[in-house]
Every structure is written in structure tokens, then in C-alpha cells.
Design a protein around this ligand. Structure first.
Ligand code: URA
Length: 261
């Protein structure tokens, strides 16, 4: 994990104000690996160092990671004047300071959103050069044909000339007009624009996985669970189209219910 300033960590993990944090540091109430530390600008790694305040380890020392099943009508932002945000769906005890959605789903899209206070993790998950695959279960107006999948696999050009990276897609066996599509980048409204370029239309879009991180089948629409930071790190490294496809086909009805469809 990236290093973080000690005063910032204390601010994230406690209810103390900035001036109170200055005070507790000055008084020698904070220890890093057993040694009193008074400098707020000292860089620490809470995943490997033990940080105590008044002799007690900081609660939730490492970063928070939450998987949310976003319903329609909520936006992926920390505040908004028009819509409710995904933060409004979290129970109070999980609403720690600095939490934000890592990546966006449209207001009418549903499914997996990772919320974290770890900017570094979010960057690694979203940066185009990381190529972390994102999987979407889509309901289309007409079927995704093998020739559509072939064009997506070549790297589609959108109506406005934007070139997309190759994407994998396959119609869901035995379920009319549903398909799984996997992207390795995240342009604005990308899935909708890609199917539009193929003369199709996305009626509903539900994100089911990012890398090897799945939306749990039992997580209802609007529900969330806290997951371990190290598990998220590991999950981002794994996952492949074939295994995600099999899992979606096997659990299709759960995904539909949890997408609110
Ligand atoms: N692509 C879209 O078009 N919408 C989303 O919400 C996510 C990917």
C-alpha cells in the first residue's frame, strides 16, 4: 500500500478534528511501531506498521473496501445536487471519511461498484494500462450475433470515430437478447455506444465482475459487504471471460433478481 501522512491517517480513522490531531501528536499520544511519533507529516504504512493512539491500535488500520450492488437511480459520486449517491446506500458504520466509488456506472446501470478510501488501489483498478477487465451483463433489443462479437473482438470504431480496444462478448445461451461483454477500458457510456455502433440498443446494464472480483450472487440490489483490502488486490489480478461466462449462465436468475429485473 502507498505511504500516507500520519495526520491524514489519524483524520481518516478517528473522529478527531485536524487541530485535535495536532494536539494528540504534540502530547506524544501516538506511537508508530512502539516509538512515539509527534510529526504529522511523517509517512507511514498502516498495512505493515502498528499505529496506536493512547495505547490502542487504530480501528480499521488498513483501507476500507466495500462491494456494493448499485440499484438504478443512484449516481457514482460522493455528492450530487440532483440524485442520491452510492454513499447514501451504506450503513452509517461503513461511511468512513474519504470513501469514494472506484469507477462509474451510469445512473440507470446496476451492479458491482467498489467503494474504497484507497486512491492508489482505485487508480490501479481503473488505469487503462492496468487492463483490469470489467464484465457487464446486458439486455439488448436484439441478439448479439457471432458477427457482432467478431467486430467487438477486432476493436470497434464508434460513431464519433473513437477507437475502442478489443472487447469480448457472447450471447447468453438459452436467454433471449442477453449477452456478457468484457471491456479492458472505461470510456463514457462505452457499452451503450458500442452496441449502438452495431445497430443494437442496451436496455439494461448490470456489472457483474471486475477482474476476478464478482458481485456475490446473494447480494441483493442496494446491499453492500465489506471485503478485505488484500482480497481485492488479489481479485484484481485474476478472472477470465470463460469462467465469468460460466458463472453468469449458472447463476443467471440470481443476477437478474439482484439487478432488480
Ligand atoms: N458502459 C456504459 O455504457 N454504461 C455503464 O454504466 C458502464 C459501462
Amino acid at each position: 500500500m502507498a505511504l500516507i501522512r500520519l495526520d491524514k491517517l489519524l483524520s481518516n480513522r478517528t473522529s478527531h478534528s485536524r487541530s485535535e490531531i495536532k494536539g494528540v501528536l504534540k502530547k506524544g499520544c501516538v506511537r508508530v511501531d512502539g516509538v512515539t511519533e509527534c510529526r504529522g507529516d511523517c509517512k507511514v504504512d498502516p498495512d505493515v506498521q502498528e499505529i496506536t493512539l493512547n495505547g490502542k491500535p487504530l480501528v480499521g488500520q488498513s483501507h476500507v473496501c466495500i462491494i456494493l450492488n448499485k440499484p438504478q437511480g443512484y449516481i457514482c459520486a460522493t455528492e450530487d445536487r440532483m440524485h442520491k449517491t452510492v454513499l447514501d446506500l451504506l450503513p452509517k458504520e461503513l461511511r468512513v471519511k474519504g470513501l469514494f466509488p472506484a469507477g462509474r456506472l451510469d445512473v440507470d446501470s446496476t451492479g458491482l461498484v467498489l467503494l474504497t478510501d484507497d486512491g492508489d488501489l482505485a487508480h490501479r483498478m481503473l488505469a487503462p494500462k492496468s487492463h483490469v477487465p470489467k464484465y457487464y451483463l446486458v439486455k439488448l433489443t436484439r441478439p448479439c450475433r457471432p458477427e457482432d462479437a467478431a467486430r467487438l473482438a477486432q476493436g470497434l470504431e464508434l460513431g464519433d470515430g473513437t477507437k475502442c480496444l478489443p472487447a469480448e462478448a457472447k450471447a447468453l445461451e438459452g436467454v433471449k437478447n442477453y449477452a456478457l461483454i468484457c471491456l479492458h477500458e472505461g470510456k463514457y457510456h462505452q457499452v451503450k455506444h458500442m452496441f449502438a455502433a452495431l445497430g443494437n440498443h442496451v436496455e439494461t446494464l448490470h456489472r457483474v465482475a471486475v477482474g476476478g472480483m464478482f458481485l456475490p450472487e446473494k447480494l441483493g440490489s442496494g446491499a453492500c459487504i465489506e471485503v478485505l483490502h488484500k482480497d481485492v488486490e488479489n481479485m484484481l489480478k485474476s478472472g477470465n471471460f470463460g469462467s465469468v461466462y460460466e458463472r453468469i449462465v449458472t447463476n443467471f436468475s440470481s443476477y437478474l433478481i439482484n439487478a432488480g429485473q
